[in-house]
Design a protein around this ligand. Sequence first.
Ligand code: PMP
Length: 399
Amino acid sequence: STWWRRVEPAPKDPILGVTEAFLADRHPHKVNVGVGAYRNDDGRSVVLECVREAERVISGNTNMEYLPMGGNQTFVEETLKLAYGDESEYISNNKIAAVQTLSGTGACYLFAKFQRRFQSNSRVYIPIPTWSNHHNIWRDAQVPQRSFHYYHAESRGLDFPSLMDDIKNAPSGSFFMLHACAHNPTGVDPSEEQWREISYLFKIKNHFAFFDMAYQGFASGNTEKDAEAIRIFLKDGHLIACAQSYAKNMGLYGQRVGCLSILCENELQALAVKSQLQQIAGSMYGNPPLHGSLIVSIILTNPDLKKLWLKEVKGMADRIIDMRIALRENLENLGSSISWEHITNQIGMFCFSGMTPEQVDQLTDRYHIYMTRNGRISMAGVTTGNVRYIAEAIHKVTR
Ligand code: PMP
C-alpha cells in the first residue's frame, strides 16, 4: 500500500551528526566539544554523589505506581522554590500552576501547546540565535514565530540596543521566549541592570515573559544568582511562566525530569490553568516518569543532600569557568592577535567562539576537534589534558 511513500527522511540534528563523526574518528587526540552534556576533567560523564545517595534510598522502594497526572507534588513544590525563591508567597498562596514535565524540552512544548490553545492568535518572539529546538517546539505547537535581536557578532556579546528596540517595537502583549541564564548557544546573558531595563520595558509593553531555565546553577555556580532574571521580573509584578530542567544541574539528562510553571492572578485561576496543563500532557503521555522525580525530591527535601547537591553544581560550574580561563590564557600565550576576552565573559556550558564554519571545518579535518559549524564550543568537553591542544589548533586556524 502507499501510505508512507511520501515520507522523506527528516533533516538530521546537527549535533547528532557531530557526535557520529567524532565516534567514527580513530585519531588518538580527537576531541568532542559538540555535545551539551557535562564531562569531568577526565572527559567522562558524571553521576553526582547526591544522586547516588538518593538512588540508595530509592532502591528499597518497590512502588512502581503511576504518578498523578501533574507529577510528584513534593518534587514540584521543591522545584518551584528554586525558581521563585524559598520564601515566595506565590508558592504559599498557591498562585502558581505547575506540573512535572519531560525535562526542559517537555516543559517548553507543553507551554507552547497551552499558549496555542488559550492565546490562539499570539506569536512567540525567539532570540537569534537560540537552542535550535525552540524553533521546532513552537512550530509543532503551531504558534507563529518572530525573532528578536540578541547576539552582537563583533563584540561577541549582547546586542542590547537592538534587543530593546525589538521589545519596544513588538505589538503590546507579545509573548517572548527568554533564556533565564547561560544562554544556549552564545553563553551571553544580560547583566542584572540590563534585566531590570528589560523587565521595565516588558511592563510598559505588557509583554509576557516565558523563561526557559535549563541551566540554573550552571552559569555562576549558584542557583540563587542564576535565578536573578526571574526574581527581577517577579519583583516587578510580571505573571511569568518558567520551564525548569534537572538535566544539566543534577546530571539527570536521560531521566527526563523538569517542571513547567505558570504564575497566575489567584488560586482559582492557577487551579484552572493546572487542570488544562494536565489535560494537554495527559493526551501526550498520560503522566510523567517516576524515578527521576523521586531522585530530585529526596535530594531537595533532605538538607544534607541538598547541601551536597549545591556543592556539586558549583563544582561543575567552577570547572567550566576554570577551563574558560585556561583556554583564553593558552590562546593569549600562543601570541594570538585576536581578542579572546569573550571566552571568559561568556557564561554557562557554551562558548560562542566567533569562528567561521570554514575554520570549524579545518579544526575537524586537520585536528580532529568536533563541534557545530556555528563555532559553538561546549566548554564541558575542555579538560586540563586537552586545553593546550585545542588552543593550538584554534590559534592555527584563526591566524
Ligand atoms: N532549553 C535549552 C536552552 C537547552 O539548551 C536545553 C538542552 N539542550 C533544553 C532546554 C532542554 O533540555 P532537556 O529537555 O534535556 O531538559
